[in-house]
Design a protein around this ligand. Sequence first.
Ligand code: ADP
Ligand code: MG
Length: 143
Amino acid sequence: MIMIYQTNSPGETQKIAKELAQKYKDGGIFALSGPLGAGKTTFIQGFAQGLGITERLLSPTFVIMRQHEIPKNPEGKLYHIDLYRLDKITEIDSLGLSEIFSNPKNIIFIEWSEKMETLLPKQTIKIHLEITSEETRQILIED
Ligand code: ADP
Ligand code: MG
C-alpha cells in the first residue's frame, strides 16, 4: 500500500511516525530516503516515542549505527543506522546487518538507504521524504 502525507511541522511528521509504530511495534525494516533536512531523523524520533522509548534518539551520523532497547518488545531492539558517511558499499559488511535483519522482532531504520538499495530485504518498508517548503514535507510510505 502507498500512502502520501503532507505535514506542516516536525510534530506532524512525528505523529505520522507514531501511528506507524502502532502497526509495526513487533518488528520491521524501514528504509528512509530523501535529502538532508527532509526529516528522516525527526520521523524516527516520533516512531521511537510511539514505541515508548524515552531515551533521546540522536542522529547517528558519526557512528553509523546506534541501538536502543524497546520496553514492550524485549526480544527485539531498535537499530538506527545512518549511511550518510558511508563511502564504499563494502563498508556495509562490517555492520553485521544480515544478523540484525534475521531477527523479525528488530525494528530497523536506515537513513540514506539509497546507498544500499540492492541489499535491502524485499519486505523493507520504504519511506521517502521531500522538502516542499521550509516547514512542509511530503512523506510517502510504501509498505
Ligand atoms: P534528516 O535526518 O532528513 O537530515 P532531520 O530530521 O535531522 O532531517 O531534520 C529536519 C529538520 O527540518 C529539522 O530541523 C526540523 O525542525 C525541520 N522541519 C521543518 N518542518 C518539518 C516538517 N514538516 N517535518 C519534519 N521536519 C521539519
Ligand atoms: Mg538524519
